[in-house]
Design a protein around this ligand. Structure first.
Ligand SMILES: NC(=O)c1ccc[n+]([C@@H]2O[C@H](COP(=O)([O-])OP(=O)(O)OC[C@H]3O[C@@H](n4cnc5c(N)ncnc54)[C@H](O)[C@@H]3O)[C@@H](O)[C@H]2O)c1
Ligand SMILES: O=c1ccn([C@@H]2O[C@H](COP(=O)(O)OP(=O)(O)O[C@H]3O[C@H](CO)[C@@H](O)[C@H](O)[C@H]3O)[C@@H](O)[C@H]2O)c(=O)[nH]1
Length: 446
């Protein structure tokens, strides 16, 4: 009998994981405390934009014509507990309000809702990103609360997917990491991931703390790489160098690599910023805070990028923002996602509005989410509409659509022709040819 899986928490991670597990051939039952999400997913639609996910849902959600019927949703914890041989916990672990530390209340609540219904041998697998030490704590919580007691096991299986590539990253991961304290847990997870492992995906078995740390270490490294190149951008600007050429040149060294060296307004999203802060907070609790003081600098280089973009815009306008019209291209923290959590683009837009600018934002997929978070910003249905009458245009999220814009057509409707490229992905020559003053970050102005 193939294993039956459940997925608890159906956001960016959980909805993708549930659909991907059905694609691997398992029967999957999903649960989320937000019933609007399960209702939507049950009709094959996603609560968020993630390329390829609706196709996967159409292939597997029960009740959709021609689907495998392997993926279902419920609101009942009892049903989840009875159904699952393996339960994946994919709930959110945001930054605590006003603190660096991780808010574990959603994970704790999911585990305490599930545990009292666990009456037979079963495996609970944490996928959320958590502070090191959480798995051991949750394992004892499960043993205490579950009627099946020691027959309930826990494993930690951190997730490395990127938004915008979530489906592919889940079906074909770079590596699978499992933190276990028992061979049976490892065996069950080898069964779950047999297909990707048979295709060559490395399967790394670790203890709980190492598995938890692998995740935060990976995100800390990625964040550091971005802040490193952004620090080089600051120096390039001071010295008259070009950070894009510098990144290409150092990236040819295999030990450094080309990826994650795109300078600009820095990293945002629901992961890197909060994960490096939670990592610092946890290291502090463990008495190892000195080990991670460099992450404070990584964070401040990153936040400085946003303010620097605001300063560049002010400079382009020749003074303050009061009464000036600013078009912002991009609202999401990255392209191919509708996620606006800690978005550098919206942070810049918000700062300019606070300083008196009239800001109009356009984004291909993020406007609804942006409007909920920043209701007082202006929003336009197209890039052309956002640019109409603008005194400066800020390119802040690197959507392909923005690379394909016609600078000549935009020049006709703009108030003034100032383009500031916060992602260094537009073609300076093309924009300049169309009459724009083009300004990038960490690159020469002319
Ligand atoms: N988004 C990513 O790209 C990504 C990648 C890797 C790891 N992660 C980690 O995965 C976790 C989830 O991230 P996300 O981006 O999917 O968050 P999200 O906010 O999109 O989704 C979390 C979901 O969990 C639900 N939930 C909260 N408490 C619950 C409970 N007690 N029971 C059932 N459902 C509950 C919420 O309603 C929500 O739908 C976080 O720890 C994050 O750091 C995220
Ligand atoms: O060279 C680069 C690369 C990225 N970014 C920015 O960095 C942020 C994060 O990008 P990315 O890492 O691609 O997005 P996420 O989907 O947040 O994925 C990260 O966070 C996830 C949640 O933990 C992990 O699973 C992934 O492995 C990790 O890449 C975005 O704002 C990007 O614009 C840059 O500024 N320069």
């Amino acid at each position: 009998m193939p294993l039956k899986l459940t997925v608890i928490g159906l956001g960016y991670l959980g909805a993708t994981h549930a659909a991907a597990m059905a694609e691997l051939g398992f029967d999957v039952l999903g649960l989320d405390i937000d019933q609007t999400k399960t209702d939507l997913l049950a009709t094959g639609r996603t609560p968020m934009f993630e390329p390829g996910l609706e196709d996967l849902l159409a292939r597997h959600v029960a009740g959709i014509e021609g689907s495998s019927g392997r993926l279902r949703f419920t609101a009942s914890w009892e049903e989840v507990a009875e159904f699952g041989d393996v339960h994946f916990v994919c709930v959110n672990t945001p930054q605590k309000h006003g603190e660096y530390a991780c808010d574990m209340s959603y994970v704790d609540s999911a585990v305490s809702m599930l545990a009292p219904h666990l009456r037979r041998p079963t495996l609970v697998v944490g996928k959320s990103t958590v502070p090191v030490g959480s798995a051991a704590r949750l394992a004892s919580m499960l043993r205490e609360l579950a009627p099946a007691g020691d027959e309930v096991q826990l494993a930690w299986n951190p997730e490395f997917l990127r938004e915008g590539f979530a489906v592919d990253d889940t079906l074909h991961p770079d590596r699978i990491v499992v933190g276990v304290d028992d061979e049976r847990a490892e065996a069950l997870l080898r069964e779950v991931y047999a297909k990707p492992v048979s295709e060559g995906t490395p399967f790394v078995v670790a203890d709980y703390p190492t598995a938890e740390l692998v995740k935060t270490a990976a995100n800390a490294f990625l964040a550091t790489k971005i802040s490193f190149i952004n620090a080089m951008a600051e120096v390039c600007e001071a010295a008259g160098g070009d950070v894009a050429t510098l990144a290409e040149a150092i990236g040819h060294d295999d030990r450094i690599g080309r990826k994650f060296l795109r300078a600009g307004i820095g990293f945002g999203g629901g992961c890197l910023p909060k994960d490096i802060r939670a990592f610092m907070a946890r290291a502090g609790e463990l008495g190892a805070d000195q080990a991670l003081t460099f992450l404070r600098e990584v964070d401040s280089v990153n936040m400085r990028r946003r303010t620097h973009m605001v300063e560049l815009a002010r400079e382009a306008l020749g003074g303050g923002f009061l009464g000036r019209r600013i078009a912002v291209l991009g609202a999401t923290f990255k392209p191919d996602s509708d996620d606006v959590r800690d978005s550098p683009a919206l942070n810049v837009a918000g700062q300019i509005q606070l300083q008196g600018g009239q800001v109009t934002v356009y984004d291909p997929k993020g406007i609804d989410n942006a409007r909920r978070l920043f209701p007082t910003l202006g929003y336009a249905p197209t890039a052309l509409d956002a640019v109409r009458g603008a005194d400066a245009v800020l390119h802040l999220t690197e959507w392909q659509e923005f690379r394909e814009l016609d600078p000549a057509a935009l020049a006709e409707v703009a108030g003034q022709r100032h383009i500031l490229d916060g992602r260094n992905t537009l073609d300076p020559a093309v924009w300049r040819k169309a009459g724009w003053t083009y300004r990038a970050m960490g690159r020469p102005t002319a």
